[in-house]
Design a protein around this ligand. Structure first.
Ligand SMILES: [Zn+2]
Ligand SMILES: [Zn+2]
Length: 411
């Protein structure tokens, strides 16, 4: 038997319905806030990711699906979406000619990680990238959109965790202070973090290792090092979030490990297991330049869809909709089956029946297994009647109604 690749999975049935709802709502909210969809390729030149994500990052070092194509070029399956969107932005000359762009993408990403619960080698993300605008108002508007979105899909109490990690003016002094502190405690850190002291000290702050967390509790606070313009930016953002009643809290250990991230970085937490982030993002004013474009400000985020699907799977929603009908039939003349189906579909109802001939009992068993809440019974007696014989599955109640009025009974 041929099986799916390790770490790859199929998404079907109830999970697929949740997935579809999450995606439809994301599109709806992203468009509501002025973002337009872009479909980017699944494969790119490897160099795009090594430059865009950073040669030293775990993703580039260990987790990419990289191979040579037939001409010997190094190609990589995208491990994330931002690099591809930025490549598009520069390739089309938008950084020079039309810098303000608000784009979103959805789709599968690929990372060769050890598969574990909730983590797959092919996983799905939605992401948003806004280019050409440097303002706390954009950050605030985006956070407003995300809280509205998570609330709409049924995540309870979404909270924004927020930090300001400074800019090229003020971060070097902070990095220096942090390095000095970490060197003093080097032998208490995990091996990865000992290396990070020189290569990427900020990343020590979000290490999940308990010993490292203990060390960083007393480390210097970036908040004490911000330059005047970063401080003002931070205050204005927090002020407007407070006045708009968007729930947030500062988390000084929240960082993005890449040099081109500046100022705002954030995560959103919520639902069961609120200690885990639903998503993360931030301001990356140096990324377009790092990939060969002009210095254009950027702001973006990515949402991991697989985890959202898993969270919502436990809610008990997402069985068949009220407007999904199943016709259980037993007819001498089969034409009325198609006529009734068609009449109901014209009323906007989704209709399924089993086209092979089975006993009514078997048909009802099938409808029950599929989660239908209403069934239409169609026998020779009902074949030529205007009315629909409707049965509610949980109570067993039956009524005769005309197709036009049927919606009133689907409750
Ligand atoms: Zn600054
Ligand atoms: Zn560590």
């Amino acid at each position: 038997m041929i099986q799916a690749l390790r770490g790859m999975r199929d998404i079907a049935g109830r999970e697929a319905r949740i997935f579809q709802m999450i995606e439809e709502k994301a599109r709806y909210y992203f468009e509501l806030y002025g973002y337009e969809e872009i479909k980017i390729p699944i494969m790119e030149m490897t160099e795009l990711f090594s430059r865009g994500i950073g040669d030293m990052s775990d993703i580039v070092q260990k987790e990419m699906y990289t191979f040579e194509d037939r001409k010997g070029r190094s190609i990589t399956l995208r491990p994330e979406g931002t690099a591809g969107v930025v490549r598009y932005y520069i390739e089309k000359g938008l950084d020079k000619n039309d810098p303000v762009q608000k784009l979103f993408y959805t789709g599968p990403m690929f990372r060769y990680e050890r598969p574990q619960k909730g983590r797959f080698r092919q996983f799905y993300q939605f992401g948003v990238e806004a280019f050409g605008i440097e303002s706390y108002l954009l950050d605030a508007d985006t956070l407003d959109m995300l809280v509205a979105y998570f609330t709409a899909i049924g995540i309870k109490n979404p909270v924004v965790k927020l930090n300001n990690i400074g800019c090229s003016q003020c971060r070097p002094a902070y990095n220096g202070a942090l390095k000095a502190y970490l060197h003093k405690h080097a032998d208490e850190l995990c091996p990865d973090c000992r290396q990070r002291i020189e290569t990427n000290p900020l990343r020590v702050l979000d290490c999940k290792n308990e010993k490292c967390r203990a060390v960083t509790q007393l480390s210097p606070d970036i908040g004490d090092f911000l330059c005047d313009s970063c401080r003002k930016y931070d205050e204005e953002l927090r002020d407007i979030l407070t006045r708009r009643s968007i729930p947030f809290e500062r988390d000084r250990f929240l960082v993005r490990g890449l040099d081109y991230y500046v100022r705002t970085v954030f995560e959103i937490h919520g639902g069961e297991g609120a200690q885990n982030a639903l998503m993360g993002g931030g301001r990356y004013d140096g990324l377009v330049e790092a990939l060969g474009g002009r210095p254009v400000p950027g702001f973006g985020f990515a949402i991991g869809v697989d985890r959202l699907v898993a969270l919502l799977s436990d809610t008990g929603l997402f069985e068949k909709n009220l407007s999904d009908l199943f016709i259980a039939w037993s007819l001498t003349d089969k034409v009325p089956l198609l006529e009734k189906s068609s009449a109901l579909r014209k009323c906007g109802l989704s209709v399924e029946f089993l086209a092979d001939e089975r006993s009514l009992k078997n048909q009802l068993k099938y409808a029950h297994k599929k989660g239908y809440r209403f069934v239409v019974l169609l026998g020779d007696d009902e074949a030529y009647s205007e009315e629909i014989h409707l049965k509610k599955m949980d109570s067993g109640d039956e009524v005769y109604v005309s197709p036009i009025d049927i919606r009133e009974h689907l409750i």
